[in-house]
Design a protein around this ligand. Structure first.
Ligand SMILES: *[C@@H]1O[C@H](CO)[C@@H](O)[C@H](O)[C@H]1NC(C)=O
Ligand SMILES: *[C@@H]1O[C@H](CO)[C@@H](O)[C@H](O)[C@H]1NC(C)=O
Ligand SMILES: *[C@@H]1O[C@H](CO)[C@@H](O)[C@H](O)[C@H]1NC(C)=O
Ligand SMILES: *[C@@H]1O[C@H](CO)[C@@H](O)[C@H](O)[C@H]1NC(C)=O
Ligand SMILES: *[C@@H]1O[C@H](CO)[C@@H](O)[C@H](O)[C@H]1NC(C)=O
Length: 453
C-alpha cells in the first residue's frame, strides 16, 4: 500500500507545481492527480479529475474501447464546473489500461492520458493452518497464496529460515518434504512477497505440521508386574501416537471392562489397568493394545504372584514437639512362606508407609508418609502438634504393593518449653519472637513514661 500512498502524495505535489505553471502559461488541460501512471489494488475505489476550464466539449475514453458515457455505476463520469471526473467505484483487473481525457477549447483539441495498473493483494485463500503428514511418506505443505504481481514465497521452520536441503523443495509456493519424520513436525511459516516498481508487500501465514504415526511404545516399557492375593496392582501401558491411541486390555482372549475389581484409566498416551487380586485366577498375561488409524501395537505384561510384604518392626527413637524419629527394621519372617506359589517371589523391601493419628480418630483419617528404604537411616515423621499423643504404625512396600501394618505404638510429642535458651530444634524461632515482643513492650512502656516526665 505504501507506494500507492506515495504516488498520491507525489501527484499532488507535482499537480501543485503544474497547476500554477500550466495555468500561467495558458495551458488549458491537466489531470489531478497528474501522475501519468497509477497503481491500484483490485476492489479499491479511485477517481481522477480532468480539468479543462472553458472547454466546449470534454470526454473520457478508454483507449481502444471507446468513450465512457455512463454517469453512474462501477465506472462512470461526473461533470464538474471546470472539467470531468472519471470514477471507479470498485476497480477490477479488466479495468487496467490507458485512459484519455480529450477536450475542445476554442475550437482546438487537447488531450491528457493516464495508465492504470491493477494489482491483486496477497491472500492465502483456503490454506489450512494445520496440516497432517504421515511418517515415512513424502508430503507437500500447501501454501495456496495468490496475488498479482506474481508472488515469491520463502519458508521458515520453527522460527528459522528453511535451509537448503535435499529433503526440502519449494514447488509452486508449496513446501515439499521427502520421507517425513517425527522431527519434521512443528510450526512452519509461509512468507509471500510481491513487489515491482510500484508496490511492495509481504504477508505471513503460520502452518502447524502434525506428523501422524502408528502407536509406538515408550522405551521403558515394563514386562512384569507383581501382586499378592488381597492386594491391588497397577499395570501401565504407554504409547506415543498421533492421533492419540485407543487402548484395550485383554486377558485370556477377553477384553477387560471396568467392574468392581477392574479399573481402567486412559489418556492419549497412557492406559493404567488397576486390578484387585481376589484370587489366583487374576495372575497371568495381560495384553495391552494401542490402536489408531495408522496401526495397532500390542504388548504383554505378566502379572506374577509374589509374597505379601511382612510387617516390619519399628521403634520411636526420639520425640520432638512436631515430629517423631523412627527406626525401622525389616522382618525376618516371610508371612506367606507356607504357600508354594507365593514363596516363588519373596521381594526386596523398597520402602515403608508410616501412618499416624490422634487416638480419637479412625485409621481411615490417619496422616500418611512414604519413605524410600534407607538402611540404618532414621525416618523422621513430621506434621504433629506439641504435647499430644499419637498412634503410629508402619507397613513395608515391595514391587508387589504395601503389606500388613505393624501393631500400633503410642507416643506423646514434647511440649514446647518457654525457656530463654533454645534447646529444641523447632523452638528457637518461637522463642525469639516471644523475646522480641517483650522487648518491644518494654521499650514502648519506657517511651510513654518519658513523655510524661
Ligand atoms: C474483490 O471482491 C470480490 C467480490 O466482493 C471478491 O470475490 C474478490 O475475491 C475480491 N478480490 C480481491 C483481490 O480481494
Ligand atoms: C501447490 O500449490 C498450488 C497453488 O498454490 C496448488 O494448486 C497445488 O495443488 C499445490 N500442490 C500440492 C501437491 O499440494
Ligand atoms: C505466528 O505464530 C507466532 C508464534 O506463535 C505468532 O507470534 C505470530 O503472531 C503468528 N503469526 C500470524 C500471522 O498468525
Ligand atoms: C494405581 O493407580 C491409581 C491411579 O493412578 C492410584 O490411585 C493407586 O494408588 C495406584 N495403586 C497402586 C497399588 O499403585
Ligand atoms: C486365545 O485364542 C486363540 C485363538 O483363537 C487360542 O489359540 C488360544 O488358546 C486362546 N487362549 C486362551 C488363553 O484362551
Amino acid at each position: 500500500m505504501f507506494p500507492i500512498g506515495c504516488t498520491f502524495a507525489l501527484s499532488w505535489i507535482l499537480l501543485a507545481g503544474l497547476t500554477s505553471g500550466e495555468q500561467s502559461a495558458g495551458a488549458s488541460i491537466w489531470l489531478a492527480p497528474s501522475n501519468p501512471t497509477v497503481a491500484v489494488f483490485a476492489n479499491q475505489s479511485y477517481f481522477v479529475s480532468c480539468k479543462a476550464p472553458g472547454a466546449e466539449k470534454i470526454v473520457w475514453t478508454k483507449v481502444g474501447e471507446g468513450d465512457i458515457t455512463p454517469t453512474s455505476g462501477k465506472i462512470h463520469v461526473e461533470e464538474k464546473e471546470d472539467g470531468m471526473d472519471l470514477v471507479f467505484e470498485t476497480i477490477r483487473k479488466k479495468n487496467q489500461g490507458d485512459y484519455s481525457c480529450r477536450a475542445i477549447i476554442r475550437g482546438q483539441e487537447v488531450e491528457k492520458k493516464i495508465t492504470l495498473s491493477v494489482f491483486k493483494p496477497l491472500s492465502f485463500g483456503e490454506t489450512a493452518s494445520v496440516q497432517y503428514a504421515t511418517e515415512g511418506l513424502d508430503f507437500t505443505i500447501r501454501c495456496d497464496v495468490g496475488g498479482d504481481p506474481v508472488v515469491t514465497t520463502t519458508w521458515k521452520v520453527r522460527g528459522r529460515s528453511l535451509r537448503p536441503s535435499p529433503r526440502h523443495k519449494v514447488i509452486d509456493n508449496n513446501l515439499s518434504i521427502k520421507e517425513v519424520t517425527l522431527d519434521d513436525g512443528g510450526l512452519y511459516v509461509c512468507r509471500a512477497t510481491q513487489s515491482n516498481p510500484m508496490i511492495a508487500d509481504f504477508r505471513e501465514m503460520n502452518i502447524t505440521l502434525k506428523i501422524q504415526h502408528e502407536p509406538r511404545w515408550f522405551k521403558d516399557h515394563t514386562k512384569e508386574a507383581y501382586g499378592f492375593i488381597g492386594g491391588t496392582v497397577n499395570m501401565t501401558c504407554s504409547a506415543v501416537a498421533e492421533p492419540g491411541a485407543d487402548f484395550i486390555w485383554i486377558k485370556d482372549n477377553r477384553t477387560l471392562h471396568p467392574s468392581d475389581d477392574v479399573q481402567i484409566f486412559n489418556s492419549d498416551h497412557h492406559s493404567s489397568l488397576q486390578l484387585y487380586i481376589y484370587d489366583e485366577s487374576v495372575f497371568g498375561d495381560y495384553e495391552c493394545r494401542a490402536t489408531n488409524m495408522l496401526g495397532t501395537m500390542a504388548r504383554v505384561i505378566v502379572l506374577e504372584q509374589a509374597t505379601k510384604p511382612a510387617a516390619p518392626t519399628f521403634k520411636i527413637k526420639i520425640t520432638h514437639p512436631d515430629s517423631f524419629v523412627l527406626e525401622i527394621e525389616d522382618s525376618d519372617v516371610v508371612s506367606d512362606r507356607g504357600q508354594d506359589a507365593a514363596a516363588r517371589n519373596p521381594m526386596d523391601v523398597t520402602g515403608y508407609v508410616v501412618q499416624f493419628k490422634q487416638p480419637s480418630l479412625e485409621w481411615s483419617r490417619a496422616q500418611e508418609k512414604e519413605f524410600e528404604r534407607m538402611p540404618s537411616q532414621p525416618y523422621r515423621v513430621t506434621g504433629m502438634q506439641q504435647d499430644t499423643s499419637y498412634e503410629v504404625r508402619v507397613a513395608a512396600r515391595t514391587a508387589a504393593g504395601t503389606g500388613d501394618f505393624t501393631d500400633v505404638q503410642v507416643e506423646k510429642t514434647k511440649k514446647i518449653v518457654a525457656a530463654a535458651v533454645p534447646v529444641l530444634n523447632s523452638a528457637p524461632a518461637q522463642h525469639l519472637v516471644l523475646c522480641h515482643s517483650l522487648l518491644t513492650l518494654l521499650i514502648a512502656a519506657l517511651a510513654s513514661a518519658n513523655i510524661y516526665i
